[in-house]
Design a protein around this ligand. Structure first.
Ligand SMILES: O=C(O)C1=C[C@@H](OP(=O)(O)O)[C@@H](O)[C@H](O)C1
Ligand SMILES: C=C(OP(=O)(O)O)C(=O)O
Length: 421
């Protein structure tokens, strides 16, 4: 348990590690390329190391040289991984379930009890449409998943992405290695659209052509080769959010280095939300700064930026009026049921916060001291640590859960106090 010390104002500049989402994608794409690639600024966290280890179990040799991860890709020739444990890393499970289709035998992908409740049925259905043998061993549409790898023919997939965009990202990533190409028609959603753009971006950076009609239809020609090369992971904007929220909540000014407003990471749109609530956002040299102001509640559709809901929910607790967060039912399938978690923990702080059919309704007030349960969810821990900057007596239980995406979070959080009053 960690108790957060309030501050009266914050002036800070913060560095944040590489993007988790880009790290997963570049590791997989480099593994599917033929030959040596290097990845600079890779995020080294629990989840990304699970993906790395899984690829090594599938026969990909990696190393660290000069501070860069070296990946010796095998051109899609992968060996079955036996049983691979992937913790509670949804991105690892969904993307690697697709990658396992390329192996030469049976691979079982599993994870924590919570991971075994996170849905993959629509992904498995999509993979089966292109000839992949992929089943939920418990028959409940969740991990453990058994994939029987074989040469990937390709074909047409009618895919539901109303619960997760990761199903589409996984099938896109393996499609270039099919014989006949893969056409994907989206039946539901997709939610979390920016992550699809990040997938297509990484594929393009490694030389793969993806034809698309918006988010409704994608076609990836077969027999394409990912190009090995030297790649760099950009700063993680999801994890930058907590520091911008610190400025919003305290009225201070916090700059995050190494980020650009034209990033493909959708979570950059949190800045638009903070501006609408009354903050000022400034491009500042090599980064972006946020200055807090008097906060006013907003209504916002966050379907595309689900990971920002805990962050915005905490900021909303300090705003005048009501904040309505809409179109985020998929938050119930994350590391925890994040709608219930945010509503419960804000209610513990004396805030009128409740779940709606597809989101949250939060009436700002004066949050009170509370012991915050984090449900082993890194984003709950990091979001509520921000509340403690303004409210005396906020204690965070299970604070080590930040290892999932940001192992150095508490050290970075400490820099907020360097120039604080
Ligand atoms: O593809 C990715 O890297 C991610 C996609 C999102 O999940 P969904 O697409 O399931 O919403 C997001 O919540 C997750 O943190 C990372
Ligand atoms: C939901 C998240 O990641 P994943 O889907 O990989 O578990 C997250 O990082 O908030």
């Amino acid at each position: 348990m960690i108790e957060i010390t309030p501050v009266t104002s914050v002036t800070a500049e913060v560095n944040v590690p590489g993007s988790k989402s880009y790290t997963h994608r570049l590791l997989i794409a480099a593994a599917l390329a033929e030959g040596r690639s290097t990845i600079e600024n890779m995020l080294e966290s629990e989840d990304t190391l699970l993906t790395l280890t899984a690829l090594e179990r599938m026969g990909v040799v990696t190393a660290v040289e000069g501070g860069r991860r070296v990946v010796n890709g095998t051109g899609g020739r992968l060996t079955a991984g036996d049983t691979i444990h992937l913790g509670n890393s949804g991105t690892s499970v969904r993307l690697l379930t697709a990658v396992a289709a390329l192996t030469d035998g049976i691979t079982v992908l599993t994870g924590t009890p919570r991971m075994q409740e996170r849905p993959v049925a629509d992904l498995l259905d999509g993979l089966r449409q292109i000839g992949v043998s992929a089943v939920s061993l418990a028959g409940n549409g969740c991990p453990p998943i058994q994939v029987d790898g074989a040469p990937l023919a390709g074909g047409v997939v009618n895919l539901k992405c109303g619960v997760s965009s990761q199903y589409l990202s996984g099938i896109l990533l393996i499609a270039p290695l099919s014989a006949d190409g893969v056409e994907i028609r989206i039946l539901e959603g997709p939610v979390s659209k920016p992550y699809i753009d990040m997938t297509v971006d990484v594929m393009a950076r490694l030389g793969i052509a993806v034809e698309r009609e918006g988010y409704e239809r994608f076609f990836v020609p077969g027999r394409q080769a990912y190009q090995a090369g030297d790649y760099r992971v950009e700063t993680d904007i999801s994890n930058a959010s907590y520091f911008w929220a610190a400025a919003a909540v305290t009225g201070g000014r916090v700059k995050v280095r190494g980020v650009s407003r034209d990033s493909r990471q959708g979570d950059i749109r949190l800045l638009d939300c903070l501006e609408r609530m009354g903050c000022a956002v400034h491009p500042d040299g090599d980064g972006i700064a946020v200055s807090g102001g008097r906060l006013t509640g907003i209504s916002v559709d966050m379907s595309d930026i689900p990971d920002m809901v805990p962050t915005l929910g905490v900021v909303a607790a300090f705003a005048d009026g009501v904040t309505e967060i809409q179109n985020v039912a998929h938050l119930r399938a994350k590391e925890c049921d994040r709608l219930a978690a945010v509503a419960t923990e804000l209610s513990k702080m004396g805030i009128d916060a409740r779940c709606t059919e597809d989101g949250l309704r939060i009436k700002g007030g004066v949050p009170q001291a509370a012991v915050i349960d984090t449900y082993n969810d890194h984003r709950i821990a990091m979001a509520f640590s921000v509340a403690g900057l303004k409210t005396q007596g906020v204690r965070i239980l299970g604070e080590a859960c930040v290892e999932k995406s940001f192992p150095t979070y508490w050290e970075a959080f400490g820099t907020l106090y360097v120039n604080a009053d």
